[in-house]
Design a protein around this ligand. Structure first.
Ligand SMILES: [Zn+2]
Length: 203
């Protein structure tokens, strides 16, 4: 018998929804719901509104794949940023991690995943074509490959190296220190800055 049987169904439903979030187990989910029950009706209504309008209000930048308020993200719209350098990441969340380190002032490109044959993800499932287009249209001088240091991340970087290689383009790989095999999503700002500042030629 579930430990939840004595709770009202509405409480169970919400708790179950919370357990879909990363790092939230059943106990934590329950605590979150109990806490929400102490909120005012108005605060709950606003919270619900933020949730229900999240997808409508967060757009995907048509240029780089980052999250955006409008058709283009704040980074692509910022003319002070160096458009000659593009840092290639797997997810939009990784852009936020690098931005927090304040060590990079170029542009980004979100692949939307990584090459992973076991999960049935091939290069054709990633936004490589969009990147190729950007390289063609802009005078990009350096491509920083910031995909993960694990097998899939390395395979993705190798694939980019092979398919995007051209004479005028320098491709570099970020330097992973500790933790080996990690990806930048979990690194602190100082580690991210180190990884980008000590990048080396990808060849
Ligand atoms: Zn953008």
């Amino acid at each position: 018998m579930s430990a939840h049987t004595e709770y009202p169904e509405a409480l169970n439903l919400l708790a179950r929804a919370f357990t879909r979030l990363p790092g939230i187990g059943e106990r934590t989910a329950e605590r979150l719901v109990f806490s929400l029950l102490d909120w005012t009706e108005e605060d709950l209504r606003q919270f619900g509104e933020h949730l229900s309008e999240l997808k409508k209000n967060v757009h995907i930048c048509e240029n780089c794949g980052n999250w955006a308020d409008s058709r283009q993200c704040a980074i692509c719209r910022d003319s002070a940023r160096d458009c000659k350098v593009i840092c290639v990441v797997e997810t939009a969340a990784q852009i936020m991690v690098i931005e927090r380190s304040r060590c990079f002032h170029g542009h980004y490109h979100v692949l939307g995943g990584r090459v992973s044959p076991l999960d049935g993800v091939g290069p054709e499932d990633l936004n490589i074509e969009g990147l190729r287009q950007r390289l063609k249209e802009n005078q990009v001088e350096e491509l920083i490959l910031a995909t993960g240091a694990d097998v899939e991340g390395e395979a993705t970087a190798a694939c980019l190296k092979d398919t995007l290689r051209n004479d005028g383009l320098r491709m570099t790989r970020i330097a992973f220190g500790v933790p080996v095999g990690g990806d930048i999503s979990y690194a602190d700002a100082a580690t991210v800055a180190m990884a980008i500042n000590s990048r080396h030629s990808a060849d």
